[in-house]
Design a protein around this ligand. Structure first.
Ligand SMILES: *Cc1c(COP(=O)(O)O)cnc(C)c1O
Length: 270
């Protein structure tokens, strides 16, 4: 969409997102993404205030994160727990900088998440729920969580298969330190918008169905779906949280296969 403003994150001559290297770059990119979020909301007849933009800082160095913070990002998404924890420790001076863990968690790292995370978006097993709850109780904390659903059918993607989600949701009230907020998914990586859209539609339909039988205290208002390449489609299908990395921070040097093992790299080599 082209308007009178410059509403796009800038790309280099290889079509990759340019690195944000100043506070002004971050301000520009944030405003550009927000403008696209708002425009997608208006197209879908939705209130822009109902969509939260979660900037994703994975792989980005501390210097870059400090610039993002200075431009107003106070909650950042990270895919890997240890990377997030390392950054949390390094930036203790930024007292109101909070971290959302958006990637698969192994039970042996639940302790770390319970200590520092403000939100966990990739809950996908009762073992992790149990480990997290136990650690949170010990810390005297509670945590906002999203249940991750595999809507693409790809073996490489984490998340519960949709059929298993209803029983999983019924079991969650046992873990009183987990505040369940909704569902999260990663769509198929595809240039075919219709196939991407079907992943988001599936998550919304599943959520609507679950709502009718959700146990007391289990919130299903949130749908975390959409990334740099597909967030407008996700918003049209009901996303309340979009997780956007490269369109704000710039392209990542590491291929996505580093974050979604077994998947062939989809990005060009840098
Ligand atoms: C990296 C990541 C994103 C953001 O992807 P971009 O292409 O950088 O916007 C969103 N969600 C998850 C789970 C991620 O790991």
């Amino acid at each position: 969409m082209q308007t009178l403003f410059d509403t796009q994150t800038r790309h280099d001559r290889h079509g990759r997102y340019c690195q944000a290297v100043t506070v002004e770059d971050f301000q520009h990119n944030l405003a550009a993404v927000r403008a696209r979020v708002d425009a997608a909301c208006r197209r879908a007849g939705r209130d822009p205030a109902a969509v939260r933009l979660l900037p994703v800082s994975k792989t980005k160095p501390e210097a870059s994160i400090r610039l993002a913070y200075a431009s107003g990002c106070h909650l950042l998404g990270e895919n890997k727990v240890q990377e997030a924890h390392r950054k949390w420790e390094a930036m203790q001076d930024l007292a109101d900088l909070r971290w959302s863990v958006i990637g698969h968690l192994q039970t042996n790292k639940a302790k770390l998440v319970a200590r520092f995370a403000a939100e966990f978006q990739a809950l996908d097993s009762l073992r992790v729920a149990e480990a997290l709850d136990r650690r949170l109780q010990a810390e005297g904390r509670s945590l906002d969580v999203f249940v991750q659903v595999n809507t693409s059918g790809e073996a490489s993607k984490y998340g519960l298969v949709p059929e298993d989600v209803p029983a999983f949701i019924q079991a969650l009230p046992a873990f009183s330190a987990l505040r369940v907020r909704g569902l999260m998914t990663l769509a198929l990586f595809s240039s075919e918008a219709e196939r991407v859209r079907q992943c988001f539609v599936q998550l919304r339909i599943l959520r609507n169905r679950l709502r009718q039988s959700a146990p007391a205290g289990i919130g299903l208002d949130e749908l975390s779906m959409g990334m740099s390449g597909d967030f407008e489609i996700a918003i049209e299908e009901g996303a309340t949280v979009v997780r956007v990395g490269q369109a704000i921070f710039g392209a990542r040097a590491l291929p996505d296969s580093h974050y979604w093992p077994n998947e062939s790299a989809t990005e060009e080599p840098s």
